[in-house]
Design a protein around this ligand. Structure first.
Ligand code: ATP
Ligand code: MN
Length: 532
């Protein structure tokens, strides 16, 4: 038998079509941790932290993310290979199959919410097949007070069945796994994958539709923190560019590491109640805040440990995308509630593996819009043999896979907000210096941190800048605690002609990518791009 539950609430899952489920409601993190261990679904590290394997999927599967095309969505969603339509009737049929599958099983149910600003609060009920997925929901969503549970009514339902496998021929999916959003029924249906990120990114995608369409709030794939001066900084960037790493700054209070909204009255609020950090090559020295957040209550995913339970963060034998989730209160210096004001600085993070973009540069409003719509980063050669060249990756709004609307909708909202609040916008290359991936090296984390601190403290306001000849970006010629020679990327390359060639190549990638937006962009934005 399970430990006594503190919260007693009687309801049934029959209304969701789940029959005779023996379900646990609102278990504590400790209870879910213990159940996971007892069921042999996870192990403990030497620090007593739960470690689990997510199974077949160790990352999101963007090609299996669908949106039900119906009255609510058909004219609003930007349909294509990012927002893939799913048939209404097929959804109903698949939902029935999943709830049949979950019937008579031992399940884990949790009530939680998204959006730290109570004006925009979205109540969520999560039904999980696995205990550790439910613990992830505890870590990542906001946690209601006990007295709020009494008459809790969900706005959205998440049904999460990793063990269920769809039959593509019958069910209308691409393969056996799927994450489907239904905006009319307000359901996220996730099956065939145990990757926990699908749960949080499902709700993120839902909010990226709901907030701009109905609430005039700009949703953003960014991290945010606030300084002693009460000024907020936000950090946009695609996966692996440094949102989580750079927002954990001992001198600033963390608002959140991944998903935020910017309200009409200029508040920036976190959607979530926790962080989901990459742990590949994690070290206590480089990222002490994240390292120390890994303690009981956290969940490590897909890491390898030795017989003493010591985790080897360098081991990527399961995946490069090893992760840890923890409630935000595992970080020492946090803003409570997770809401900031006075946004003064915006950073666009990119991990440019071509080694072309400057480590920090200041953007004009036109350049800011151009780079926001472009959403550039680069992917480095993974473990695949024969791949030695970096691959450019453009993802509009630094988060296209989660954006149901046309990118220009978000870009217009951001431009307006930037103009109204007079923010500085910086492009920060956390990627390669001294040459491309293979020849050069990753920008030192301590330099990136120093550049960001300098920008935030106004120390770049009065230094001299020079313009990048191809990208037109304004690069500071000096920055406290950073050697001047790293500030101009061309100077860090041994072969400067090779640099110019690479810079032109990258510029052409930008141009090619932007073609599809040319018709939407005004002159100012078009001039924000590189010259080829
Ligand atoms: P996701 O959207 O997937 O959560 P993210 O933007 O939060 O991604 P991080 O988790 O911060 O990305 O990952 C950045 C990774 O790059 C970390 O592993 C970090 O240690 C490493 N890194 C190396 N050099 C730098 C640098 N100069 N700046 C930032 N991160 C760096
Ligand atoms: Mn992150």
């Amino acid at each position: 038998m399970l430990p006594n539950q503190l919260i007693t609430k009687t309801f049934s899952l029959e209304e969701y079509g789940i029959r005779k489920a023996d379900f646990h409601y609102q278990l504590s993190s400790e209870e879910l941790h213990q159940i996971t261990i007892d069921k042999n679904m996870g192990v403990e590290t030497n620090s007593g932290t739960l470690a689990i394997n997510t199974g077949e999927f160790t990352g999101r599967s963007p090609q299996d993310r669908f949106i039900v095309k119906d009255e609510v969505t058909k004219d609003k969603v930007w349909w294509g290979n990012i927002n893939i339509p799913f048939d209404e009737d097929k959804f109903d049929a698949l939902y029935n199959k999943v709830t049949d599958y979950l019937s008579e099983k031992e399940l884990f149910v949790r009530d939680a919410y998204a959006c730290a600003d109570q004006d925009y609060r979205l109540n969520i009920r999560v039904i999980n097949e696995y205990p550790w997925s439910n613990m992830f929901a505890y870590n990542m969503f906001l946690r209601p007070e006990e007295d709020e549970l009494e008459d809790f009514k969900e706005d959205w339902l998440i049904v999460n069945a990793p063990g269920f496998k769809a039959d593509p021929a019958v069910d209308g999916t691409r393969q056996h796994n799927f994450a489907i959003l239904n905006f009319s029924k307000k359901i996220a249906l996730i099956g065939g994958t145990g990757y926990t990120g699908e749960i949080k990114k499902g709700i993120f995608s839902a909010l990226n539709f709901i907030l701009p369409v109905y609430k005039n709030v700009l949703p953003m794939h960014c991290s945010a923190n606030v300084g002693e001066d009460n000024n907020t900084a936000i950090f946009f960037g695609l996966s692996g560019t440094g949102k989580t790493t750079l927002s954990a700054d001992p001198d600033r209070k963390l608002i959140g590491d991944d998903e935020h909204g910017w309200t009409p009255d200029n508040k920036v609020f976190n959607f979530e109640g926790g962080c989901y950090a990459k742990v590949i090559n994690l070290s206590e020295e480089g990222e002490p805040d994240i390292y120390n957040a890994i303690k009981p209550g956290a969940i490590l995913e897909n890491v390898i440990m030795n017989s003493e339970g010591e985790v080897d963060f360098k081991d990527v034998s399961i995946t490069q995308n090893t992760r840890v989730s923890y409630p935000i209160y595992h970080i020492n210096n946090i803003q409570t509630p997770s809401v900031g004001e006075n946004t003064k600085n915006i950073f666009f993070l990119t991990a440019d593996a071509f080694g072309v973009l400057p480590p920090i540069s200041k953007l004009t409003p036109g350049q800011a819009a151009y780079h926001f719509i472009s959403g550039y980063t680069a992917k480095v050669a993974g473990t695949e043999e024969g791949i030695t060249e970096p691959v450019p990756s453009f993802s509009a709004c630094f988060g296209a896979p989660f954006m149901p609307l046309h990118p220009t909708k978000y870009a217009e909202m951001l431009s307006e907000k930037m103009k109204a609040s007079g923010v500085n916008v910086w492009l920060v290359n956390t990627g390669w210096t001294g040459g491309p991936y293979g020849t050069g090296s990753r920008m030192k984390l301590k330099y990136t941190r120093a550049m960001i601190s300098a920008a935030l403290e106004g120390k770049l306001d009065h230094v001299e800048f020079e313009q990048h000849p191809i990208f037109g970006l304004e690069m500071p010629k000096e920055c406290p605690n950073v050697p001047a020679e790293v500030l101009c990327p061309r100077d860090t390359w041994q072969d400067q002609e090779a640099y110019d060639k690479k810079a032109n190549l990258l510029a052409s990638y930008f141009k090619d990518n932007f073609e599809k937006f040319d018709d939407y962009a005004n002159d100012e934005i078009l001039k924000g791009g590189p010259i080829v």
